[in-house]
Ligand binder design. Sequence first.
Ligand code: CAO
Length: 530
Amino acid sequence: MAIQTIKVPDIGGAEGVEVIEISVKVGDVVAEGDSIVVLETDKASMEIPADTSGKVVAIKVNIGDKVSQGSLLLEVEAEGAAAPEPAPQPVEPAAAAPVAAPAPAASAEVNLVVPDIGGAEGVEVIEISVNVGDEVAEGDSLIVLETDKASMEIPAEAAGKIVSLAVKVGDKLSQGSVIGVLATSGGAIASAPVAAVPAKAEAAAPAPAAKVDAPKSAPAPVAEVEQTGDVYAGPAVRKLARQLGVDLGKLAGTGPRGRLLKDDVRSYVKPIVQAAQSGAPVGGGSGIPRVPAVDFSKFGEIETVKMSKVKKITADNMSRNWLNVPHVTQWDDADITDLEAFRNGLKAEAEKRGSKLTPLPFLLKASAAALIAEPTFNVSLHHDGESIVHKKYVHIGIAVDTPNGLMVPVIRNVDKKGLWELTDEINAIAKKARDGKLLPADMQGGCFTISSLGAAGGNGFTPIVNAPEVAILGVSRAQMKPVWNGKEFVPRNMLPLSLSYDHRAINGADAGRFFTYLTAVIADVRRLLL
Ligand code: CAO
Protein backbone atom coordinates (compact mmCIF):
# COMPACT_ATOMS: atom_id res chain seq x y z
CA MET A 1 0.00 0.00 0.00
CA ALA A 2 1.23 3.51 -0.80
CA ILE A 3 0.53 5.16 2.47
CA GLN A 4 0.91 8.90 2.74
CA THR A 5 0.81 10.97 5.87
CA ILE A 6 -1.00 14.22 6.44
CA LYS A 7 0.54 16.52 8.99
CA VAL A 8 -0.36 19.87 10.49
CA PRO A 9 0.80 22.53 8.04
CA ASP A 10 2.16 25.96 8.98
CA ILE A 11 -0.43 27.37 11.38
CA GLY A 12 1.19 30.69 11.92
CA GLY A 13 3.55 29.46 14.59
CA ALA A 14 0.79 28.46 17.02
CA GLU A 15 1.93 25.66 19.35
CA GLY A 16 -0.08 23.05 21.22
CA VAL A 17 -3.34 23.87 19.44
CA GLU A 18 -6.34 21.81 20.48
CA VAL A 19 -8.04 19.38 18.09
CA ILE A 20 -11.75 20.16 18.53
CA GLU A 21 -13.23 18.20 15.69
CA ILE A 22 -12.21 15.28 13.48
CA SER A 23 -14.16 15.61 10.26
CA VAL A 24 -13.28 12.22 8.74
CA LYS A 25 -13.29 8.61 9.84
CA VAL A 26 -11.31 5.57 8.85
CA GLY A 27 -12.50 4.37 5.45
CA ASP A 28 -13.53 7.83 4.21
CA VAL A 29 -12.17 8.91 0.86
CA VAL A 30 -10.83 12.46 1.04
CA ALA A 31 -9.99 14.78 -1.81
CA GLU A 32 -7.21 17.30 -1.66
CA GLY A 33 -8.55 20.38 0.11
CA ASP A 34 -11.23 18.53 2.11
CA SER A 35 -11.39 19.57 5.74
CA ILE A 36 -9.99 16.77 7.90
CA VAL A 37 -9.69 18.23 11.38
CA VAL A 38 -10.59 21.49 13.09
CA LEU A 39 -8.10 23.08 15.47
CA GLU A 40 -8.99 25.77 17.92
CA THR A 41 -6.77 28.26 19.69
CA ASP A 42 -8.29 30.61 22.24
CA LYS A 43 -8.76 33.11 19.42
CA ALA A 44 -9.95 31.21 16.38
CA SER A 45 -10.74 27.81 14.99
CA MET A 46 -9.15 26.62 11.77
CA GLU A 47 -9.94 23.79 9.45
CA ILE A 48 -6.97 21.76 8.30
CA PRO A 49 -7.39 20.59 4.71
CA ALA A 50 -6.03 17.35 3.26
CA ASP A 51 -2.96 18.05 1.17
CA THR A 52 -3.36 14.82 -0.73
CA SER A 53 -6.29 12.63 -1.76
CA GLY A 54 -6.94 9.04 -0.84
CA LYS A 55 -8.65 6.69 1.60
CA VAL A 56 -8.19 7.33 5.29
CA VAL A 57 -6.53 4.28 6.85
CA ALA A 58 -5.59 5.69 10.25
CA ILE A 59 -6.40 8.72 12.35
CA LYS A 60 -3.48 9.65 14.51
CA VAL A 61 -5.09 12.27 16.73
CA ASN A 62 -7.97 12.39 19.12
CA ILE A 63 -10.28 15.22 20.07
CA GLY A 64 -8.56 17.21 22.79
CA ASP A 65 -5.01 16.47 21.61
CA LYS A 66 -2.66 19.40 21.35
CA VAL A 67 -0.82 19.66 18.04
CA SER A 68 1.69 21.96 16.34
CA GLN A 69 3.12 22.31 12.85
CA GLY A 70 4.35 18.89 11.68
CA SER A 71 2.20 16.81 14.06
CA LEU A 72 0.89 13.70 12.34
CA LEU A 73 -2.86 13.77 11.70
CA LEU A 74 -3.82 11.03 9.24
CA GLU A 75 -2.53 8.23 7.13
CA VAL A 76 -4.17 7.86 3.75
CA GLU A 77 -3.84 5.26 1.07
CA ALA A 78 -3.18 7.17 -2.14
CA GLU A 79 -5.98 6.86 -4.69
CA GLY A 80 -5.49 4.08 -7.21
CA ALA A 81 -2.27 3.06 -5.53
CA ALA A 82 -1.30 -0.56 -6.02
CA ALA A 83 0.11 -2.48 -3.12
CA PRO A 84 3.70 -2.69 -4.33
CA GLU A 85 5.33 -4.46 -1.47
CA PRO A 86 4.29 -5.94 1.80
CA ALA A 87 7.21 -4.32 3.60
CA PRO A 88 6.21 -2.71 6.85
CA GLN A 89 5.60 0.99 6.60
CA PRO A 90 8.10 3.25 8.21
CA VAL A 91 6.31 4.51 11.23
CA GLU A 92 6.21 8.26 11.39
CA PRO A 93 7.64 9.71 14.53
CA ALA A 94 4.31 10.88 15.83
CA ALA A 95 5.60 14.17 17.15
CA ALA A 96 3.02 15.47 19.58
CA ALA A 97 0.27 13.14 18.42
CA PRO A 98 -0.42 10.03 20.41
CA VAL A 99 -0.73 6.83 18.39
CA ALA A 100 -3.83 4.73 19.00
CA ALA A 101 -3.27 1.87 21.39
CA PRO A 102 -2.94 -1.56 19.79
CA ALA A 103 -6.24 -3.42 19.73
CA PRO A 104 -6.63 -6.12 22.30
CA ALA A 105 -7.53 -9.70 21.42
CA ALA A 106 -10.54 -9.92 19.08
CA SER A 107 -12.36 -12.29 21.35
CA ALA A 108 -12.72 -9.52 23.95
CA GLU A 109 -13.85 -6.86 21.49
CA VAL A 110 -17.47 -5.82 21.17
CA ASN A 111 -19.31 -3.29 19.09
CA LEU A 112 -20.67 -0.32 20.98
CA VAL A 113 -24.12 0.37 19.54
CA VAL A 114 -26.83 2.95 20.05
CA PRO A 115 -29.45 1.46 22.37
CA ASP A 116 -33.21 2.05 22.26
CA ILE A 117 -33.59 5.83 22.09
CA GLY A 118 -37.34 5.90 22.12
CA GLY A 119 -37.74 5.30 18.40
CA ALA A 120 -35.94 8.50 17.36
CA GLU A 121 -34.26 8.12 13.95
CA GLY A 122 -31.28 9.93 12.47
CA VAL A 123 -30.37 11.69 15.71
CA GLU A 124 -27.35 13.96 15.50
CA VAL A 125 -24.10 13.30 17.33
CA ILE A 126 -23.21 16.58 19.04
CA GLU A 127 -20.32 15.42 21.15
CA ILE A 128 -17.87 12.53 21.33
CA SER A 129 -16.98 12.15 24.98
CA VAL A 130 -14.24 9.53 24.62
CA ASN A 131 -11.06 9.06 22.63
CA VAL A 132 -9.53 5.94 21.16
CA GLY A 133 -7.44 4.35 23.90
CA ASP A 134 -9.60 5.71 26.76
CA GLU A 135 -10.51 3.35 29.58
CA VAL A 136 -14.20 3.60 30.33
CA ALA A 137 -16.29 2.26 33.17
CA GLU A 138 -19.74 0.79 32.59
CA GLY A 139 -22.18 3.69 32.29
CA ASP A 140 -19.58 6.26 31.27
CA SER A 141 -20.83 8.60 28.59
CA LEU A 142 -19.53 7.71 25.11
CA ILE A 143 -21.29 10.22 22.91
CA VAL A 144 -24.04 12.81 23.22
CA LEU A 145 -26.97 12.77 20.79
CA GLU A 146 -29.34 15.64 20.33
CA THR A 147 -32.87 15.62 18.97
CA ASP A 148 -34.82 18.84 18.63
CA LYS A 149 -36.15 18.28 22.11
CA ALA A 150 -33.42 16.84 24.25
CA SER A 151 -29.82 15.81 24.37
CA MET A 152 -28.97 12.35 25.64
CA GLU A 153 -25.77 10.72 26.68
CA ILE A 154 -25.15 7.22 25.38
CA PRO A 155 -23.43 5.21 28.11
CA ALA A 156 -20.85 2.43 27.75
CA GLU A 157 -22.60 -0.87 28.28
CA ALA A 158 -19.49 -2.39 29.84
CA ALA A 159 -16.11 -1.38 31.18
CA GLY A 160 -13.09 -1.56 28.88
CA LYS A 161 -10.84 0.27 26.49
CA ILE A 162 -12.04 2.14 23.40
CA VAL A 163 -10.37 0.43 20.43
CA SER A 164 -11.90 2.52 17.67
CA LEU A 165 -14.63 5.06 17.04
CA ALA A 166 -16.86 4.82 13.98
CA VAL A 167 -18.72 8.10 14.38
CA LYS A 168 -17.95 11.77 14.25
CA VAL A 169 -19.76 14.89 15.35
CA GLY A 170 -22.63 15.61 12.98
CA ASP A 171 -23.31 11.97 12.07
CA LYS A 172 -26.95 10.91 12.28
CA LEU A 173 -27.57 7.74 14.30
CA SER A 174 -30.50 5.50 15.12
CA GLN A 175 -30.99 2.49 17.37
CA GLY A 176 -28.36 -0.15 16.47
CA SER A 177 -25.89 2.24 14.81
CA VAL A 178 -22.31 1.26 15.64
CA ILE A 179 -20.49 3.85 17.73
CA GLY A 180 -17.16 2.05 17.91
CA VAL A 181 -15.37 -0.96 19.30
CA LEU A 182 -14.67 -1.67 22.96
CA ALA A 183 -12.13 -4.16 24.31
CA THR A 184 -13.98 -5.28 27.36
CA SER A 185 -12.14 -5.87 30.58
CA GLY A 186 -13.03 -9.43 31.51
CA GLY A 187 -14.66 -10.30 28.18
CA ALA A 188 -18.18 -9.28 29.11
CA ILE A 189 -20.96 -8.93 26.52
CA ALA A 190 -19.92 -11.85 24.40
CA SER A 191 -23.19 -11.51 22.53
CA ALA A 192 -22.01 -8.48 20.59
CA PRO A 193 -18.88 -9.48 18.73
CA VAL A 194 -17.19 -6.95 16.50
CA ALA A 195 -17.68 -8.85 13.29
CA ALA A 196 -21.35 -9.44 13.90
CA VAL A 197 -24.10 -7.28 12.48
CA PRO A 198 -24.70 -4.67 15.15
CA ALA A 199 -27.01 -6.19 17.69
CA LYS A 200 -29.56 -4.19 19.58
CA ALA A 201 -27.89 -3.28 22.82
CA GLU A 202 -29.55 -4.35 26.01
CA ALA A 203 -28.52 -1.29 27.93
CA ALA A 204 -31.30 0.74 29.42
CA ALA A 205 -32.51 3.59 27.26
CA PRO A 206 -30.55 6.71 28.06
CA ALA A 207 -32.38 9.37 29.93
CA PRO A 208 -32.47 12.79 28.35
CA ALA A 209 -29.58 14.59 30.02
CA ALA A 210 -30.67 18.12 29.58
CA LYS A 211 -33.39 19.99 27.86
CA VAL A 212 -32.14 22.25 25.13
CA ASP A 213 -33.77 25.46 24.03
CA ALA A 214 -35.15 26.39 20.64
CA PRO A 215 -34.90 23.52 18.15
CA LYS A 216 -32.01 24.27 15.84
CA SER A 217 -33.41 22.89 12.63
CA ALA A 218 -37.11 23.26 13.22
CA PRO A 219 -39.10 25.57 10.96
CA ALA A 220 -38.78 29.13 12.15
CA PRO A 221 -41.99 30.60 10.95
CA VAL A 222 -41.12 34.21 11.21
CA ALA A 223 -37.38 34.57 11.29
CA GLU A 224 -34.89 33.80 8.61
CA VAL A 225 -33.79 30.24 9.28
CA GLU A 226 -30.41 30.87 7.72
CA GLN A 227 -29.47 32.27 11.13
CA THR A 228 -31.29 29.76 13.25
CA GLY A 229 -30.38 26.64 11.30
CA ASP A 230 -27.84 24.09 12.48
CA VAL A 231 -25.55 25.53 15.09
CA TYR A 232 -22.01 25.63 13.72
CA ALA A 233 -19.82 25.01 16.74
CA GLY A 234 -17.30 22.48 17.94
CA PRO A 235 -17.68 20.31 21.03
CA ALA A 236 -15.53 22.57 23.20
CA VAL A 237 -17.79 25.52 22.48
CA ARG A 238 -20.91 23.42 22.99
CA LYS A 239 -19.56 22.19 26.30
CA LEU A 240 -18.85 25.73 27.48
CA ALA A 241 -22.32 26.82 26.36
CA ARG A 242 -23.90 23.95 28.25
CA GLN A 243 -21.91 24.77 31.37
CA LEU A 244 -23.07 28.38 31.23
CA GLY A 245 -26.63 27.54 30.17
CA VAL A 246 -26.32 29.43 26.88
CA ASP A 247 -28.53 28.51 23.92
CA LEU A 248 -26.08 28.58 21.00
CA GLY A 249 -28.97 29.04 18.58
CA LYS A 250 -29.24 32.62 19.82
CA LEU A 251 -25.62 33.55 19.06
CA ALA A 252 -23.96 34.77 15.88
CA GLY A 253 -20.60 33.11 15.24
CA THR A 254 -17.59 35.25 14.47
CA GLY A 255 -15.31 32.38 13.43
CA PRO A 256 -14.64 31.31 9.86
CA ARG A 257 -17.91 30.86 7.91
CA GLY A 258 -19.87 31.95 10.98
CA ARG A 259 -18.45 29.27 13.26
CA LEU A 260 -19.23 29.90 16.93
CA LEU A 261 -16.19 30.42 19.12
CA LYS A 262 -15.73 30.31 22.86
CA ASP A 263 -15.32 34.08 22.75
CA ASP A 264 -18.80 34.40 21.22
CA VAL A 265 -20.23 32.54 24.21
CA ARG A 266 -18.21 34.68 26.64
CA SER A 267 -19.21 37.95 24.96
CA TYR A 268 -22.85 36.88 25.16
CA VAL A 269 -22.66 36.00 28.84
CA LYS A 270 -20.47 38.92 29.98
CA PRO A 271 -23.05 41.76 29.80
CA ILE A 272 -25.65 39.58 31.50
CA VAL A 273 -23.29 38.85 34.38
CA GLN A 274 -22.24 42.50 34.56
CA ALA A 275 -25.87 43.63 34.64
CA ALA A 276 -26.62 41.14 37.40
CA GLN A 277 -23.62 42.32 39.41
CA SER A 278 -24.57 45.97 39.00
CA GLY A 279 -27.99 45.22 40.44
CA ALA A 280 -29.86 45.87 37.19
CA PRO A 281 -32.95 43.71 36.82
CA VAL A 282 -32.34 40.57 34.76
CA GLY A 283 -34.44 37.58 33.93
CA GLY A 284 -36.67 38.73 31.11
CA GLY A 285 -33.88 39.13 28.53
CA SER A 286 -32.07 42.36 27.71
CA GLY A 287 -32.27 43.40 31.36
CA ILE A 288 -36.06 43.72 31.21
CA PRO A 289 -37.86 42.60 34.36
CA ARG A 290 -40.18 39.67 33.89
CA VAL A 291 -43.93 40.08 33.87
CA PRO A 292 -44.96 38.77 37.29
CA ALA A 293 -46.53 35.31 37.48
CA VAL A 294 -50.23 35.56 38.32
CA ASP A 295 -52.55 32.87 39.62
CA PHE A 296 -55.53 33.65 37.37
CA SER A 297 -57.65 30.93 38.97
CA LYS A 298 -58.07 33.29 41.93
CA PHE A 299 -60.28 35.44 39.72
CA GLY A 300 -62.43 32.80 38.03
CA GLU A 301 -62.42 29.56 36.10
CA ILE A 302 -59.48 29.06 33.73
CA GLU A 303 -58.08 26.43 31.37
CA THR A 304 -54.35 26.25 30.61
CA VAL A 305 -53.47 24.90 27.17
CA LYS A 306 -49.92 24.07 25.99
CA MET A 307 -48.65 26.29 23.19
CA SER A 308 -47.90 24.58 19.87
CA LYS A 309 -44.25 24.36 18.83
CA VAL A 310 -44.89 26.90 16.06
CA LYS A 311 -46.47 29.33 18.53
CA LYS A 312 -43.51 29.01 20.88
CA ILE A 313 -41.00 29.62 18.08
CA THR A 314 -43.08 32.56 16.85
CA ALA A 315 -43.17 34.01 20.37
CA ASP A 316 -39.38 33.75 20.64
CA ASN A 317 -38.85 35.27 17.21
CA MET A 318 -41.28 38.11 17.84
CA SER A 319 -39.61 39.01 21.14
CA ARG A 320 -36.18 38.81 19.56
CA ASN A 321 -37.17 40.98 16.60
CA TRP A 322 -39.09 43.47 18.72
CA LEU A 323 -36.17 43.89 21.13
CA ASN A 324 -33.37 43.90 18.55
CA VAL A 325 -34.83 46.00 15.77
CA PRO A 326 -35.42 49.73 16.22
CA HIS A 327 -38.79 49.89 14.48
CA VAL A 328 -40.42 52.77 12.69
CA THR A 329 -43.86 52.34 11.12
CA GLN A 330 -45.32 54.61 8.44
CA TRP A 331 -48.86 54.50 7.14
CA ASP A 332 -50.37 55.38 3.79
CA ASP A 333 -53.43 54.52 1.73
CA ALA A 334 -53.02 53.17 -1.80
CA ASP A 335 -55.78 53.89 -4.30
CA ILE A 336 -56.81 50.46 -5.62
CA THR A 337 -59.91 51.58 -7.54
CA ASP A 338 -58.34 50.83 -10.94
CA LEU A 339 -56.54 47.74 -9.66
CA GLU A 340 -59.86 46.35 -8.40
CA ALA A 341 -61.52 47.08 -11.76
CA PHE A 342 -58.71 45.20 -13.50
CA ARG A 343 -58.89 42.34 -10.98
CA ASN A 344 -62.69 42.04 -11.28
CA GLY A 345 -62.26 41.94 -15.06
CA LEU A 346 -59.99 38.94 -14.64
CA LYS A 347 -62.32 37.04 -12.28
CA ALA A 348 -63.98 34.95 -15.01
CA GLU A 349 -60.57 34.00 -16.41
CA ALA A 350 -59.38 33.12 -12.89
CA GLU A 351 -62.41 30.88 -12.39
CA LYS A 352 -61.74 29.16 -15.72
CA ARG A 353 -58.18 28.50 -14.51
CA GLY A 354 -59.61 27.12 -11.28
CA SER A 355 -58.00 29.80 -9.11
CA LYS A 356 -59.07 32.87 -7.12
CA LEU A 357 -57.38 36.19 -7.86
CA THR A 358 -57.12 38.34 -4.71
CA PRO A 359 -55.24 41.66 -4.35
CA LEU A 360 -52.24 39.80 -2.84
CA PRO A 361 -50.39 38.84 -6.06
CA PHE A 362 -50.68 42.48 -7.21
CA LEU A 363 -49.15 43.59 -3.90
CA LEU A 364 -46.35 41.05 -4.32
CA LYS A 365 -45.55 42.38 -7.81
CA ALA A 366 -45.73 45.99 -6.68
CA SER A 367 -43.50 45.28 -3.65
CA ALA A 368 -40.95 43.49 -5.84
CA ALA A 369 -40.85 46.52 -8.15
CA ALA A 370 -40.43 48.84 -5.15
CA LEU A 371 -37.59 46.68 -3.74
CA ILE A 372 -35.81 47.02 -7.07
CA ALA A 373 -36.50 50.75 -7.33
CA GLU A 374 -35.39 51.38 -3.71
CA PRO A 375 -32.68 48.77 -3.05
CA THR A 376 -32.04 50.12 0.47
CA PHE A 377 -35.00 47.92 1.38
CA ASN A 378 -33.49 44.78 -0.12
CA VAL A 379 -30.69 44.39 2.43
CA SER A 380 -29.80 42.69 5.69
CA LEU A 381 -27.43 43.90 8.38
CA HIS A 382 -24.39 41.66 8.50
CA HIS A 383 -23.94 40.00 11.88
CA ASP A 384 -20.43 41.47 12.10
CA GLY A 385 -22.21 44.76 12.78
CA GLU A 386 -20.01 46.49 10.22
CA SER A 387 -21.47 45.69 6.83
CA ILE A 388 -24.72 45.57 4.92
CA VAL A 389 -25.64 42.65 2.67
CA HIS A 390 -27.28 43.81 -0.57
CA LYS A 391 -29.43 41.14 -2.21
CA LYS A 392 -29.63 40.76 -5.96
CA TYR A 393 -32.71 38.56 -5.77
CA VAL A 394 -36.30 39.38 -4.82
CA HIS A 395 -37.87 36.73 -2.59
CA ILE A 396 -40.92 37.81 -0.57
CA GLY A 397 -42.48 36.06 2.43
CA ILE A 398 -46.22 36.03 3.01
CA ALA A 399 -47.64 35.68 6.51
CA VAL A 400 -50.13 32.80 6.57
CA ASP A 401 -52.53 32.22 9.41
CA THR A 402 -52.63 28.44 10.08
CA PRO A 403 -54.31 26.31 12.74
CA ASN A 404 -50.85 25.79 14.29
CA GLY A 405 -49.95 29.45 14.30
CA LEU A 406 -48.31 32.01 12.08
CA MET A 407 -46.05 30.73 9.27
CA VAL A 408 -44.15 32.79 6.71
CA PRO A 409 -43.41 30.83 3.51
CA VAL A 410 -41.32 32.62 0.92
CA ILE A 411 -42.19 33.12 -2.75
CA ARG A 412 -39.00 33.24 -4.80
CA ASN A 413 -38.07 35.58 -7.65
CA VAL A 414 -41.35 37.49 -7.45
CA ASP A 415 -40.02 40.10 -9.89
CA LYS A 416 -39.73 37.44 -12.60
CA LYS A 417 -43.19 35.90 -12.23
CA GLY A 418 -46.58 36.80 -13.66
CA LEU A 419 -49.84 37.27 -11.74
CA TRP A 420 -51.22 33.82 -12.54
CA GLU A 421 -48.00 32.09 -11.55
CA LEU A 422 -47.94 34.05 -8.28
CA THR A 423 -51.61 33.25 -7.64
CA ASP A 424 -50.96 29.54 -8.08
CA GLU A 425 -47.88 29.69 -5.87
CA ILE A 426 -49.67 31.60 -3.09
CA ASN A 427 -52.52 29.08 -3.11
CA ALA A 428 -50.15 26.10 -3.09
CA ILE A 429 -47.82 27.42 -0.39
CA ALA A 430 -50.68 28.68 1.82
CA LYS A 431 -52.25 25.20 1.60
CA LYS A 432 -48.92 23.58 2.44
CA ALA A 433 -48.64 25.91 5.46
CA ARG A 434 -52.16 25.18 6.66
CA ASP A 435 -51.57 21.43 6.23
CA GLY A 436 -48.46 21.79 8.42
CA LYS A 437 -46.25 20.54 5.59
CA LEU A 438 -43.87 23.47 5.12
CA LEU A 439 -40.18 22.58 5.14
CA PRO A 440 -37.58 24.89 6.66
CA ALA A 441 -36.35 25.68 3.13
CA ASP A 442 -39.83 26.97 2.22
CA MET A 443 -39.43 29.67 4.86
CA GLN A 444 -35.87 30.73 4.17
CA GLY A 445 -34.30 33.41 2.05
CA GLY A 446 -36.97 36.13 2.24
CA CYS A 447 -36.00 39.75 1.49
CA PHE A 448 -39.27 41.37 2.62
CA THR A 449 -42.58 40.19 4.08
CA ILE A 450 -46.21 41.00 3.38
CA SER A 451 -48.69 40.45 6.18
CA SER A 452 -52.18 40.75 4.77
CA LEU A 453 -55.00 41.14 7.25
CA GLY A 454 -57.28 42.57 4.57
CA ALA A 455 -59.78 39.76 4.78
CA ALA A 456 -59.89 40.02 8.59
CA GLY A 457 -60.39 43.78 8.82
CA GLY A 458 -58.84 46.75 10.58
CA ASN A 459 -57.53 50.17 9.53
CA GLY A 460 -53.85 49.61 10.19
CA PHE A 461 -51.36 47.91 12.48
CA THR A 462 -47.67 47.88 13.34
CA PRO A 463 -46.19 44.74 11.78
CA ILE A 464 -42.97 43.46 13.38
CA VAL A 465 -39.99 43.29 11.06
CA ASN A 466 -39.07 39.72 10.23
CA ALA A 467 -35.31 40.04 10.89
CA PRO A 468 -32.84 39.67 9.27
CA GLU A 469 -35.12 41.28 6.71
CA VAL A 470 -35.35 45.02 7.26
CA ALA A 471 -38.94 45.82 6.30
CA ILE A 472 -42.45 44.42 6.30
CA LEU A 473 -45.69 45.59 4.72
CA GLY A 474 -48.94 45.28 6.65
CA VAL A 475 -52.13 45.30 4.58
CA SER A 476 -55.50 46.18 6.12
CA ARG A 477 -59.05 46.15 4.76
CA ALA A 478 -59.76 48.28 1.72
CA GLN A 479 -62.76 50.57 1.86
CA MET A 480 -64.42 53.30 -0.18
CA LYS A 481 -63.40 56.74 1.01
CA PRO A 482 -64.10 60.27 -0.20
CA VAL A 483 -60.88 61.52 -1.78
CA TRP A 484 -60.32 65.17 -2.76
CA ASN A 485 -59.17 65.37 -6.38
CA GLY A 486 -58.50 69.11 -6.34
CA LYS A 487 -62.03 70.06 -7.31
CA GLU A 488 -64.31 67.70 -5.48
CA PHE A 489 -64.50 64.64 -3.27
CA VAL A 490 -64.72 61.46 -5.29
CA PRO A 491 -65.35 57.93 -4.02
CA ARG A 492 -62.13 55.87 -4.27
CA ASN A 493 -61.34 52.37 -3.03
CA MET A 494 -58.47 52.94 -0.60
CA LEU A 495 -56.17 50.23 0.76
CA PRO A 496 -54.54 51.04 4.12
CA LEU A 497 -50.87 50.01 4.22
CA SER A 498 -48.48 49.95 7.20
CA LEU A 499 -44.78 49.83 6.46
CA SER A 500 -42.47 48.91 9.37
CA TYR A 501 -38.72 49.09 8.89
CA ASP A 502 -35.45 48.69 10.72
CA HIS A 503 -34.18 52.21 11.31
CA ARG A 504 -30.59 50.96 11.45
CA ALA A 505 -30.76 50.06 7.76
CA ILE A 506 -33.40 52.41 6.42
CA ASN A 507 -33.89 56.13 6.93
CA GLY A 508 -37.24 57.91 6.87
CA ALA A 509 -36.38 59.49 3.52
CA ASP A 510 -35.70 56.03 1.98
CA ALA A 511 -38.99 54.82 3.39
CA GLY A 512 -40.85 57.83 2.04
CA ARG A 513 -39.50 57.12 -1.47
CA PHE A 514 -40.27 53.40 -1.20
CA PHE A 515 -43.82 54.07 -0.04
CA THR A 516 -44.46 56.71 -2.71
CA TYR A 517 -43.21 54.33 -5.42
CA LEU A 518 -45.20 51.41 -4.00
CA THR A 519 -48.49 53.26 -3.75
CA ALA A 520 -48.02 54.74 -7.25
CA VAL A 521 -47.53 51.25 -8.73
CA ILE A 522 -50.53 49.88 -6.85
CA ALA A 523 -52.66 52.83 -8.02
CA ASP A 524 -51.68 52.17 -11.64
CA VAL A 525 -50.36 48.65 -12.21
CA ARG A 526 -49.45 49.59 -15.79
CA ARG A 527 -46.35 51.13 -14.17
CA LEU A 528 -45.09 47.57 -13.66
CA LEU A 529 -44.43 47.54 -17.40
CA LEU A 530 -42.18 50.61 -17.26
N1 CAO B 1 -59.20 44.43 1.63
C1 CAO B 1 -60.41 43.91 1.36
N2 CAO B 1 -60.59 42.62 1.00
C2 CAO B 1 -59.50 41.84 0.88
C3 CAO B 1 -58.21 42.31 1.14
C4 CAO B 1 -58.09 43.67 1.51
N3 CAO B 1 -56.90 44.19 1.79
N4 CAO B 1 -57.35 41.31 0.96
C5 CAO B 1 -58.04 40.23 0.61
N5 CAO B 1 -59.36 40.55 0.56
C6 CAO B 1 -60.44 39.68 0.19
C7 CAO B 1 -60.07 38.78 -0.95
O1 CAO B 1 -60.25 39.44 -2.18
C8 CAO B 1 -61.04 37.67 -0.75
O2 CAO B 1 -62.31 38.09 -1.16
P1 CAO B 1 -63.18 37.27 -2.23
O3 CAO B 1 -63.28 35.89 -1.66
O4 CAO B 1 -64.46 38.03 -2.27
O5 CAO B 1 -62.40 37.34 -3.48
C9 CAO B 1 -61.10 37.52 0.75
O6 CAO B 1 -60.66 38.77 1.26
C10 CAO B 1 -60.27 36.41 1.35
O7 CAO B 1 -58.93 36.49 0.90
P2 CAO B 1 -57.89 35.39 1.36
O8 CAO B 1 -57.46 35.66 2.73
O9 CAO B 1 -58.48 34.04 1.11
O10 CAO B 1 -56.72 35.54 0.32
P3 CAO B 1 -55.51 36.54 0.29
O11 CAO B 1 -54.83 36.27 -1.01
O12 CAO B 1 -55.89 37.93 0.58
O13 CAO B 1 -54.57 36.06 1.48
C11 CAO B 1 -53.27 34.64 2.85
C12 CAO B 1 -53.92 34.83 1.49
C13 CAO B 1 -52.60 33.29 2.85
C14 CAO B 1 -52.23 35.72 3.07
C15 CAO B 1 -54.34 34.77 3.93
O14 CAO B 1 -55.27 33.74 3.78
C16 CAO B 1 -53.85 34.78 5.34
O15 CAO B 1 -53.49 33.76 5.94
N6 CAO B 1 -53.83 35.99 5.97
C17 CAO B 1 -53.45 36.16 7.36
C18 CAO B 1 -52.09 36.76 7.48
C19 CAO B 1 -51.81 37.09 8.93
O16 CAO B 1 -52.27 36.43 9.85
N7 CAO B 1 -51.06 38.16 9.14
C20 CAO B 1 -50.84 38.68 10.45
C21 CAO B 1 -49.45 38.45 10.83
S1 CAO B 1 -49.09 39.25 12.34
O17 CAO B 1 -49.98 38.46 13.39
